[in-house]
Write a protein that binds this ligand. Structure first.
Ligand code: CUA
Length: 324
């Protein structure tokens, strides 16, 4: 069965408290503030309850008669209405403040830095300012507030890199916006967090936060044509790729036959760490196995069993893994 190929050990995956964005810092601070207020309320209410139970418990010499009866107390009622109202207003203002800072309104003139498109079951990343399209592995420069536009190609997904804090739904026909200002370099993992079908759990996100210089280098590499090779196996693989059904779904820049936008863009597939959005480690042997029967690794995925021979699958994999 499929193994998840992600390098969990060296990645920040499991906790929103490993803060890696300015937005998440604010969200976590708001969480601590709200938790402190709620704890205080809990302590006061529990403490008062215990004190009252202790003080007014049945006395040894109780004669069993009715206690003194009172009816209403305006001053008490004003106090116990005003205090919770004040707390709710403070928490409401704090929450609204954080919401406005974390997701300020986006003017119509600001182009998104990254367009995320959720697909069953993988992620497409477009960088409209650079004309770059890639899949499953996101790159962001550290220290810059990036505007995301989140879209869906099919059903509702939700984009969530845990250490960045926010989740944003990917809704078909209704692009949403989200800001992420990464504060730490590193590899941060995430996953789709809205149930979107059988492989919802294997719709992993790999976010690489790098220095602005490394980001520029990455963008240049993405914009360059994939390095070609004179290896005859590569030429044979390319010829097979273009004559089998691969080109009906996939795009490879510089290959006039491969222009489809249904599956992931394969222009620089050899640079990616995983295949199938985190299912398999990316290498020639795994890619060949994946092409022969993707359903074995990701049941229900849109890519059909291609029924390639071992040799043809190997040759196509050699070609694709030459696309650095
Ligand atoms: Cu995509 Cu869940």
């Amino acid at each position: 069965m499929a193994i998840v190929a992600m390098d969990i050990k060296n990645a920040d995956f499991t906790s929103i408290f490993n803060i890696a964005s300015l937005q998440n810092k604010l969200l976590v601070d708001l969480h601590w503030f709200t938790l402190a207020v709620c704890l205080m309320i809990g302590l006061v209410v529990t403490g008062l309850m215990i004190a009252i139970i202790a003080k007014f418990r049945t006395a040894e010499n109780d004669d069993g008669s009715e206690p003194r009866q009172t009816r209403g107390n305006i001053r008490l009622e004003i106090i116990w209405t005003a205090i919770p109202l004040f707390i709710v207003i403070v928490l409401g203002i704090m929450t609204a403040y954080v919401m406005i800072i974390v997701n300020p309104a986006v003017g119509t003139k600001r182009k998104p830095d990254v367009i995320v498109v959720g697909h069953q079951w993988w992620w497409e990343y477009q960088y409209p300012n650079y004309g770059v399209t890639t899949a499953n592995e996101l790159y962001l420069p550290v220290g810059k507030n990036a505007l995301f536009e989140v879209r869906s190609a099919d059903v509702v997904h939700s984009f969530w890199v845990v250490a960045f804090g926010q989740k944003m739904d990917a809704i078909p026909g209704h692009p949403t916006n989200m800001w992420i200002h990464p504060t730490k370099k590193g590899l941060f993992l995430g996953t789709c967090s809205e149930y979107c079908g059988a492989q919802h759990g294997l719709m992993r996100i790999i976010a690489n936060v790098v220095s602005p210089e490394d980001f520029d280098t990455w963008i240049k590499a993405q914009n360059a044509m994939p390095e070609s090779s004179n290896d005859p196996a590569v030429a044979k693989g390319k010829q097979l790729f273009n004559s089998e059904t691969c080109v009906q779904c996939h795009q490879i820049a510089g290959d006039p036959a491969a222009k489809a936008h249904i599956g992931p863009d394969l222009t620089h597939i050899a640079q990616r760490k995983t295949l199938g959005a985190g299912v398999l480690e990316n290498n020639t042997a795994n890619l060949a196995k994946w092409m022969q029967n993707p359903q074995q690794f990701k049941p229900g995925v849109n890519m059909p069993n291609m029924r390639l021979t071992d040799e043809n699958a190997h040759d196509i994999a050699v070609y694709l893994e030459s696309l650095k």
